[in-house]
Design a protein. Structure first.
Length: 551
């Protein structure tokens, strides 16, 4: 290649790397809560005024501070014109056997329909160790403001119930008291519950009732700045975690559960206060509750709904992509078919070698093992230091390390096996995971189906060109655009997994990072070949820097 050709190749490599960094940054930045209230009418400032009263001090169930918070909530809802009731119930904790007297605050706005109600739920008690500004004062304050707005707009077709429970931190006591003992429970047709497991971040729709297809469709239609995925729903169903929403699930009610989960180190501590609360998190609770309540209050909730679950995830700029769970296996045929076409075309054109592909596939498993080992060493270092850390920087450290190791080992293998064979070998494992997940965990299948599809398409575009002259500008641009789905599908899941589960999710984060690297081999190893080792060095250095900054 002459000097002009070398210069053009470097420019293409720089453009590729810059584009991938830009899309990666955008996919993570999209996970932030909205910065402004928007045009729905919700006022974050008004909600914050309520929160300043609610989160002055810890107010666990049965405490004088709890009574003061309850009185304030009752006064505000009465002032807004609601029909207000305080439910008193003696409950025994399912967690540790202690008995409590809980006081739920209920407010109702009667509709013009048959009495079916939409319930907006949050708990107003806190733990003993913190004032509960996030958990769950932000949701309570947001719902008081949402109630005021809806009361001014109503009546609607359905009834609105604001249920602010007591004793959630002692064992979901208020929620179970409402389900077991209050007359209004029998009229509830839909529940939207709002929680927190940190003091910042977006309000994620992370849990649904079974048969969520119709709920996801409606959520996708009206939710402002949606953050959700069927994978989070599937994972949470398998975890031993509980919120007030658990009581409604056990009572076979339809609904959705929301929470913000960033900065989890503040959860249930004295740092769950106004100073550490991200007001954007409160805002996201509020605008979602308002938009969804308006929508569901106008719907006929008595009509029989589909019992099918859905596969769903968010694409920035397009919203929630969703389709029936039954589509998972048929859709899996797309990447498998494209990969088969790719291998057939490559073998016929002699740009691929089956023996090298098989060796490459085995080598990629070794890559995963070594990358996991590197992540384990980082985890041991973090554990030894035993300090609190910045989650965002630590995510960047783990991802950078896994991608750097993957690219370095792939580069070493490429000397004998060639990049295209290595990329196809990685696609084979991706296709195997797509098939496995589509059969056994279809809610998670999108995480493999779409990256493998677009990675295979990228390779097909590259192999269809002139190998000697290299990819043209148009072909390079096409291949770079085909990298977007892999990034926006995998990277947010990796980020939220680490944020939600902490250091113990490091290995899951590593596996997802390696999967992302495999999906981007057409871009990072073929288009960016002139800068491939520079990229490895940059990623490795970034991992060390991010790790240090995170501490």
């Amino acid at each position: 290649m002459d000097r002009a050709g070398e210069k053009a190749a470097v420019i293409k490599a720089l453009a590729t790397i810059g584009f991938l960094v830009l899309i990666s940054a955008a996919s993570i930045l999209h996970l932030r809560p909205p910065a402004k209230d928007g045009d729905l009418g919700f006022s974050t400032d008004a909600a914050m005024e309520h929160l300043k009263i609610i989160a002055q001090q810890p107010h666990p169930v049965g405490s004088p501070a709890n009574r003061a918070v309850r009185k304030y909530i009752v006064d505000q809802l009465t002032k807004s014109g609601f029909e207000v009731d305080v439910q008193r119930a003696a409950m025994e904790s399912r967690w540790h056997g202690r008995s409590y007297t809980v006081h739920n605050v209920l407010a109702r706005l009667r509709g013009e329909g048959d009495g079916t109600a939409v319930a907006l739920v949050a708990h107003y008690d806190s733990v003993h160790t913190g004032p509960g500004a996030a958990d769950d004062g932000a949701a309570v304050a947001a719902l008081i403001e949402v109630g005021r707005l809806l009361r001014a707009e109503g009546p609607f077709h359905n009834d609105l119930i604001l249920l602010l429970t007591d004793g959630e931190e002692a064992g979901l006591l208020g929620a179970f008291a409402f389900v077991d003992e209050h007359d209004w429970f029998n009229e509830v047709g839909l529940v939207l519950n709002f929680e927190a497991r940190g003091t910042s971040g977006a309000s994620i729709m992370f849990e649904t009732s079974p048969g969520n297809g119709w709920l996801v469709r409606e959520y996708a239609r009206v939710a402002p700045h949606p953050i959700t995925s069927s994978l989070s729903v599937e994972v949470y169903r398998r975890m031993p975690n509980f919120t007030d929403f658990t009581a409604f699930l056990r009572a076979d009610l339809a609904g959705m559960n929301f929470a913000f989960i960033s900065t989890p180190e503040n959860y249930h501590t004295e740092y769950d206060d106004l100073e550490h609360l991200d007001t954007g998190s409160l805002r996201h609770h509020g605008v979602q509750a308002l938009a969804l309540a308006r929508h569901f209050l106008r719907m006929d909730l008595t009509t029989r709904r589909s019992s099918d679950d859905a596969v769903f995830f968010v694409v920035p700029g397009l919203g929630v992509i969703h389709y029936p769970l039954d589509w998972a296996l048929p859709l899996c045929l797309l990447p498998v078919g494209v990969l088969a076409t790719l291998i057939t075309h490559g073998l016929r054109s002699r740009k691929l070698r089956m023996r090298r592909i098989l060796i490459a596939a085995a080598g990629q498993l070794l890559t995963m093992a070594i990358a996991s080992g590197a992540s384990y060493m980082m985890w041991l270092a973090l554990k030894a230091i035993n300090q609190s850390f910045n989650t965002n920087w630590m995510v960047a450290a783990f991802v950078s390390l896994a991608v750097a190791v993957t690219l370095a080992l792939t580069g070493l293998m490429a000397r004998r096996l060639e990049d295209c064979n290595l990329a196809v070998g990685a696609c084979i494992w991706g296709a195997a995971l797509a098939i496995f997940s589509s059969v056994w965990i279809p809610a998670a299948s999108y995480l493999f189906v779409w990256p493998v599809l677009f990675s295979s398409l990228s390779l097909l575009v590259l192999l269809s060109g002139d190998e000697l002259r290299g990819p043209s500008v148009v072909r390079s641009a096409t291949v770079n655009l085909l990298a977007v789905p892999s990034i926006i599908v995998i990277l947010p899941v990796a980020y939220l997994a680490f944020v939600g589960l902490g250091v113990q999710a490091g290995f899951a984060l590593n596996a997802l990072a390696v999967l992302l690297a495999w999906s981007l081999l057409p871009q990072l190893r073929i288009l960016a070949r002139p800068l491939a080792w520079h990229t490895v060095l940059a990623l490795g250095s970034s991992s060390i820097i991010c790790f240090i900054v995170a501490l």
